[in-house]
Design a protein around this ligand. Structure first.
Ligand code: UT7
Length: 334
């Protein structure tokens, strides 16, 4: 099976309708549109306001869009992997709920927890099942309802995140398209720089965890920023170098959308000009596992068969990685 690669053959997405603007946040915490825009590149983000709806709702809708666009029978899906740090609940896996809701009755499903690198880690994992020949159709979903864990009294984090979901279908390709190479890393030595302390086996829910606000996302911005700039730029450059790719060969950089300054540093390191960078951070903020597939969905109509894409992410854990993808279809449907 040496010449079989996993190709992305369809894309789907879901974004909640409600918009939280920088002006809205100015009324909630001591911040300003100018600070948020200049430090992060974010103007607004989407929020899933309905308290009865969770990550599986967004993931399901993204999957249903893909199924409908592609004319896919859900019973053909062999495996569903959901990357998320905001699962509907600890268990069962959100993937199982999504599988039931879309009618993927022949699929097995599970979740991957790798924060902002979750989608890339899930993509690499799903690709192995295609390359091995074990599965024909794998659905990889990145979905997060970040508003469920963001502390809207903490100005250092609440301005950054939004809700959303995106997904891709992986199928076998033997003509040279698909995922060509991937590099993944993790380093837990700074795990507490970006985490949610409460609710797990270390700090089970209690009046004290509630009082200390441990059920919210915690981030030490500057050390994460420093590590992200180096990690994302290095790993994107590494995947290019070991495949002899230059900036000119790359049609698009598809970066995790955490901070425009981190993306800018990555693009410069790769020798890729900003007109070849997928950017939607301005409209959606950081949707954690959702950012990369949401970019693919937004840019799908511009993508052509054979385009070289470099996907890159950095996030909590720390986790980081990059993938070189040769796009497998004309995105405008021609
Ligand atoms: O997606 C997973 C990985 N996550 C990331 O990649 C995020 C990495 N970190 C970052 O993007 C940046 O560190 C932040 C955007 C979070 C913060 O930007 P920064 O340039 O690192 O700012 P800072 O934390 O050094 O804060 C600078 C100042 C501080 O005030 P003083 O101490 O200089 O008086 C902060 O208190 O800005 C203040 N500040 C704010 N001011 C207005 C922090 N947050 C805000 C805010 N509005 N929302």
């Amino acid at each position: 099976m040496d010449n079989v690669r996993a190709a992305i053959t369809a894309v789907g997405h879901y974004l909640p309708e409600d918009i939280l603007t920088n002006a809205d946040l100015e009324k909630m915490v001591d911040t300003s549109d100018e600070w948020i825009l200049s430090r992060t590149g974010i103007r607004e983000r989407r929020i899933l306001k309905d308290p009865t709806k969770a990550t599986s709702f967004m993931a399901t809708n993204a999957a249903l869009e893909l199924i409908q666009k592609r004319g896919l029978n859900p019973e053909e899906i062999d495996l569903i992997i959901v990357a998320t740090v905001t699962p509907d609940m600890f268990f069962p896996a959100t993937g199982c709920i999504v599988a039931a809701q879309i009618g993927a009755t022949n699929a097995w499903a599970y979740d991957i927890s790798a924060a902002c690198s979750g989608f890339l880690f899930a993509l690499s994992t799903g690709a192995r099942f295609i390359e091995s020949g074990k599965h024909k159709k794998v659905l990889v979903i990145g979905a997060d309802k970040m508003s469920s864990i963001v502390d809207y009294t903490d100005r250092t984090t609440c301005v950054l995140f939004g809700d959303g979901a995106g997904c891709v279908l992986l199928e076998a390709d033997s003509e040279g398209y698909g995922i060509q190479d991937s590099i993944e890393h993790s380093d837990g030595s700074m795990w507490d720089a970006l985490c949610m302390l409460g609710g797990g086996s270390l700090h089970p829910p209690s009046p004290i965890t509630l009082e200390k606000r441990l059920h919210h996302l915690h981030q030490e911005g500057p050390p994460v920023f420093k590590a992200a700039v180096k990690g994302m730029a290095d790993v994107a450059a590494d995947v290019m170098e070991r495949n002899n790719l230059t900036g000119d060969d790359v049609r698009f950089l598809v970066p995790h959308q955490a901070n425009l300054r981190i993306i800018d540093a990555t693009a410069r390191r790769m020798g890729v000009t900003m007109d070849k960078v997928m950017l939607n951070i301005e409209r959606y903020g950081n949707t954690t596992a959702g950012t990369i597939p949401l970019c693919l969905a937004d840019w799908e109509s511009k993508l052509r068969k054979g385009d070289n894409l470099v996907l890159a992410a950095f996030g909590g854990g720390f986790t980081w990685g990059a993938s070189w993808v040769k796009w497998a279809y004309d995105g405008d449907g021609n």
